[in-house]
Design a protein around this ligand. Sequence first.
Ligand SMILES: C[S@@+](CC[C@H](N)C(=O)[O-])C[C@H]1O[C@@H](n2cnc3c(N)ncnc32)[C@H](O)[C@@H]1O
Length: 399
Amino acid sequence: MELTLDEAISEAHSLIANTNSLVRVVLSGRRRNMQTRAVRIDIRPVQLKERIVLQLMENDGRQMTTSNIDPAEFDGVALLSSGYSNILVEHVSGSMSIRVTKKDQPLIHREMGEHKQELNHDKIKSRLLDQGDPFLKEVGIADQNGKVKPSRQDKYRQVEEFLRLLAPALESAIDAGHIKTPTDQQPLSIVDLGCGHAYLTFAAHQYLRKLGLPIHVVGIDVREESRIRNQAIASNLGVNSSIEFRAEEISKTTLNGADVVIALHACDTATDDAIAWAINNEAKLLLIAPCCHHDLQVQMQTIPEPWQLLARHGLMKERLGDLITDALRVQILKLSGYRTEVIEFVGDEHTPRNLMIRAIRTGATPDSLEVARYHEMLALWNVIPALEKRINLHKGVEQ
Ligand SMILES: C[S@@+](CC[C@H](N)C(=O)[O-])C[C@H]1O[C@@H](n2cnc3c(N)ncnc32)[C@H](O)[C@@H]1O
């Protein structure tokens, strides 16, 4: 039986009201023509002395405000009806998610599965992905009891950090109409280029599916053994219909296009292959964390003055080369119609590479000053970035 939005909200509210079994609630996204008081609200029950209260953590996009509410005074129906387009309620034996369409219809997704209640009042950072998510066991981050292994805490932190960067960018891209609202017929397509062991590929898949978003995820890595391993994990999780893996070179992939492109620590110019593929296929949202940068380092033979000051020291020259490479990548994205940001991304324990380029395709035509700036930089350093060789840079650029 199909529920109306009010009926779905009422069911979600009953799950929230049962604080003995409630694990957490996440409200995010915005319904058409509605404003919300926070970008995202996380709610969970916590034990305060003898009683249980609901802890609300409201994120306004810049900072988090925490408050505790007596469950008897919590007007859940009003909050759930106040304009959020994604409602996730997790309880000890499963979850319910509601995604509200542009026509205010509820798309409801229910899942069975155990979740653990954490009533500890200490400020536990609210997690986007439950420690007990079966994928964490399958990829070896959590043990058989669904607890993150002490030796894999860094990887778990990286997974969480990545979801925190992906989720709001995706929600605002859908809200702003840069990405079409996904449907079962046209799911959101995501490709992870250079996916390796696919920790982050599976994390994105599990998290977005839990939110009830129709998605199709493809992980690409040149190594056949990665494909075999990752596909086996997908089979064990029973998610073969919404995630697949291919053993291909990024630059030669047979994939036709994607809404979202992820490339995290793909080696050297594999990052340029990934950005070029995204630009050439007009991907809408990019999350790129570059890795080692040899391409420009090799080309930086003659150092313009007064930059000798930095470049005479090997370590500083290397960092300067990394920065120039990434600054030029960002500029090329800008000239190709993307709005870009550079943000910090937690590297895992073995990598100091903690920069992430987040870009959204707006199709804006860059002005001539930005074009000139790019060419001046190339002339000054006498370099041609690998990325420029892989795309048609001046297509649609104002000269
Ligand atoms: C450092 S690992 C990162 C894996 C994963 N993205 C992560 O962050 O956990 C880089 C991966 O990129 C793959 N790779 C490097 N160059 C590639 C290329 N040109 N085409 C496809 N995969 C590539 C490697 O096989 C490796 O698995």
